[in-house]
Design a protein around this ligand. Structure first.
Ligand SMILES: Cc1cc2nc3c(=O)[nH]c(=O)nc-3n(C[C@H](O)[C@H](O)[C@H](O)COP(=O)(O)OP(=O)(O)OC[C@H]3O[C@@H](n4cnc5c(N)ncnc54)[C@H](O)[C@@H]3O)c2cc1C
Length: 484
């Protein structure tokens, strides 16, 4: 399910739910959960081990905050509903709103994606700035108390562990403190300890789906002329394992990511970065890296071994008083830029689960409702990763067919703004992938347009006039990017 199939945020739907809720983890999923719990609970305590200063900071507890983050359209819409005026706040704090239709230069499968017919606003900022604006808005809600520098130690439970009744926490090096709660939300990310706690307390741990990608991120910042707001995206396209993204952010800078899958990448000095950029199928990113002064002293690196989905919806027993959200349930290959947006959609689902039945049977209702919401980004991320022969496991026939169709669609999107727009809405999690099968899009994807596609080098394909062998344009790099 995508944004178009989930009811929008409607705070009036929620009555009194409980006295105190505790959210463990003060990153994007925890903050969005706190926002929806602030309607229905008298007090919402957010427990975060990192300090939470009133300014944008990259945090050690969420090391990916040092790396560029894109916010998808579904995430923008959900955040705007949770915090009316969110986009304006972001811009006031230095962020940008781009028209991705005109300002995104996106290279996919041998060509540049065409401009769609409509303006498509997109919020751009560094990850610390996104989080700062969300945190400030959450902190302004009367019931919310943000406790930075506060370590979650364990859950408190009743005899027999049928219900979680609170949390044990510790401020800095201080003594442990017990916080009773009617509801605890685990938003501690991928390293969540809930599966172990369940196993230790007589429950089954959730079954897990894992898709190994052995992804390496290398990130840095470069200076950006104030009037140049281009975003550049060269995603990994199977079988090419390298990709890169350049995102315009605050303070006249570009955030740059170089991503290599299956161990192919992770440059960590200037020479390696330039060599990596030179190996991409277009010159634009290497040109920017050479032309613009570097803001970063070094290159930040982050290894991401695998997409991981914990199937809480498959459990037949789960303690009352606890739910799990965000990356703690599902963390996706980050090259698809989905995590923050999915965290916001999770909170939207939690909001409706609270509205529909309060705390009664909340966890199973939430897990059942969130599973179809996670299916779409999971299929799009994990499904696309199955296009690589290095990915273990065999994709279903449905995944193979979807991948074939999606690749063909991306090639048609080079020349067809209608197809490009439909693609943008689906990868932005605004609309279901079934929208790509509407008669209008299907006809454009299946009918041949403008020539044939030929394989040139591994990972390189190019469009040539029908009947040609492609020798005149045997390099993806021969294609000129659209102008800024
Ligand atoms: C390299 C990389 C790049 C990414 N790029 C994008 C992108 O472009 N777009 C996008 O939308 N998403 C992206 N993501 C995903 C995104 O970062 C997450 O999905 C998003 O932060 C939501 O995660 P979360 O809040 O569930 O967990 P996290 O962000 O991991 O936060 C968990 C929080 O829990 C806290 N915590 C953990 N244990 C304890 C404890 N014992 N006590 C107290 N606090 C605790 C941590 O300090 C942390 O703040 C990327 C991820 C990675 C790894």
């Amino acid at each position: 399910m995508t944004l178009d199939a989930v009811d929008r945020y409607e705070p009036r739907r929620v009555g009194a739910v409980g006295d105190r809720a505790v959210v463990v983890g003060g990153s994007v999923a925890g903050l969005c959960a706190a926002r929806v719990l602030a309607v229905g609970f008298d007090e919402v305590v957010v427990v975060e081990r990192d300090p939470l200063p009133d300014r944008p900071v990259a945090r050690d507890g969420a090391p990916q905050t040092s790396h560029p983050h894109a916010l998808l359209a579904a995430g923008q819409a959900a955040l705007e509903d949770f915090f009316p005026g969110f986009g304006e706040d972001l811009v006031a704090a230095g962020g940008l709103i781009l028209d991705v239709t005109r300002q995104l230069v996106e290279y996919q499968h041998g060509g540049f994606v065409a401009d769609g017919p409509e303006r498509t606003p997109s919020y751009c900022a560094s990850r610390p700035l996104f989080e700062h604006v969300i945190r400030r808005r959450v902190g302004e809600l009367a019931p919310v108390r943000l406790r930075g520098g506060c370590q979650f130690v364990d859950y408190l439970a009743d005899d027999g562990a049928t219900a979680v009744t609170g949390v044990r926490v510790r401020d800095g090096g201080g003594p442990p403190e017990d916080l009773a709660a009617d509801l605890v939300v685990d938003a501690t990310g991928r390293a969540s300890r809930t599966p172990e706690w369940l196993a230790e307390n007589g429950y089954r741990a959730p079954p897990e789906d894992r898709v190994e990608v052995d992804l390496q991120y290398s990130s840095l910042r470069i200076e950006r002329p104030p009037d140049d707001r281009r975003m550049v995206s060269v995603p990994t396209n199977a079988p090419r394992t390298r990709g890169a993204v350049v995102l315009p952010i605050e303070d006249g800078q570009w955030d740059v990511i170089l991503a290599g899958m299956f161990g192919d990448g992770a440059p960590d000095d200037r020479a390696e970065v330039l060599e990596f950029a030179d190996s991409l199928p277009i010159d634009l990113i290497a040109d920017l890296l050479r032309a613009q002064p570097w803001v970063s002293d070094g290159v930040a690196r982050y290894p991401f071994p695998a997409s991981l989905r914990r199937r809480y919806e498959a459990l037949d027993r789960f303690p009352d008083g606890l739910v799990v959200t965000g990356d703690a349930v599902s963390s996706f290959n980050p090259v698809y830029g989905q995590g923050m947006s999915v965290a916001a959609l999770d909170a939207l689902v939690l909001h409706h689960a609270l509205a529909d039945g309060g705390r009664e049977g909340l966890a199973p209702r939430f897990f059942d409702a969130v599973a179809p919401v996670l299916d779409t980004p999971w299929r799009m991320a994990a499904g696309a990763d199955y296009q690589y022969e290095q990915t273990d496991g065999s994709p279903s026939l449905g995944t193979k067919l979807f991948n074939w169709y999606f690749t063909r669609l991306l090639k048609q999107a080079h020349d067809d703004g209608v197809v490009a727009e439909a693609y943008g809405e689906v990868v932005g999690l605004e609309r279901s992938p079934t929208a790509l099968l509407s008669p209008r899009v299907l006809a454009r994807v299946l009918l041949p347009v403008g020539g044939d596609w030929v394989d040139t080098d591994p990972g390189r394909r190019t469009r040539v006039p029908s009947g040609s062998d492609g020798s005149a344009r045997d390099d993806e790099r021969a294609v000129e990017p659209p102008s800024p």
